[in-house]
Design a protein around this ligand. Structure first.
Ligand code: OFO
Length: 169
């Protein structure tokens, strides 16, 4: 049976991952309005990954005999001025998620739940990859500034991203 404090922390992280999906879905809608189809595809893959992260924690908590408690999901932002502003928000958000995953792992450590610490290791590594991917897009966006042709090319490149269900744990 999972420790109560850890169960609560898992539930909070499940909510954070569903919020991530919501946020990226809102960004997806923004790119649809901008008619940037490649950026839209990138966000679609990103939000599917967030759903998979949420469900990974959800299933693990149940496997461990914990109770999944779904909370309300906060309303995400809906408008941005530029794609650059969107990706600045994505990076800030991923950094926040990294700190939340670290805090969750700290709780698992504190209650000496070795299995949970080991399970969460996947999420820690995933956050390194997430932050790196987003930073790369952000760097390119900063470089191309207002160059419409380069934005068009970046849009084409981002549109090649595809979703592969992650094997978590
Ligand atoms: Fe779930 O990794 Fe992004 O937020």
């Amino acid at each position: 049976m999972i420790n109560e404090k850890l169960e609560k922390a898992f539930n909070e992280q499940i909510n954070a991952e569903f919020y991530s999906e919501y946020l990226y879905l809102s960004m997806y809608a923004y790119f649809e309005r901008m008619n940037l189809q490649g950026f839209k595809t990138w966000m679609d893959v990103q939000r599917q990954e967030e759903r998979a992260h949420a469900m990974g924690l959800f299933q693990y908590l149940q496997e461990r005999g914990g109770k999944v408690v779904l909370d309300r999901i906060e309303q995400p932002k809906t408008d941005w001025r530029t794609p650059l502003e969107v990706f600045e928000d994505v990076l800030k958000h991923e950094q926040l998620v990294t700190s939340k995953i670290n805090a969750l792992t700290d709780v698992a450590d504190e209650v000496k739940d070795r299995a949970a610490v080991s399970f969460l290791d996947w999420y820690i590594k995933e956050q390194v990859e997430e932050e790196s991917n987003v930073s790369n897009v952000l760097k390119t966006l900063k470089l191309i500034c207002d160059d419409k042709q380069c934005l068009y090319m970046l849009d084409k490149e981002l549109g090649t991203r595809t979703f592969t269900a992650p094997v978590i744990g």
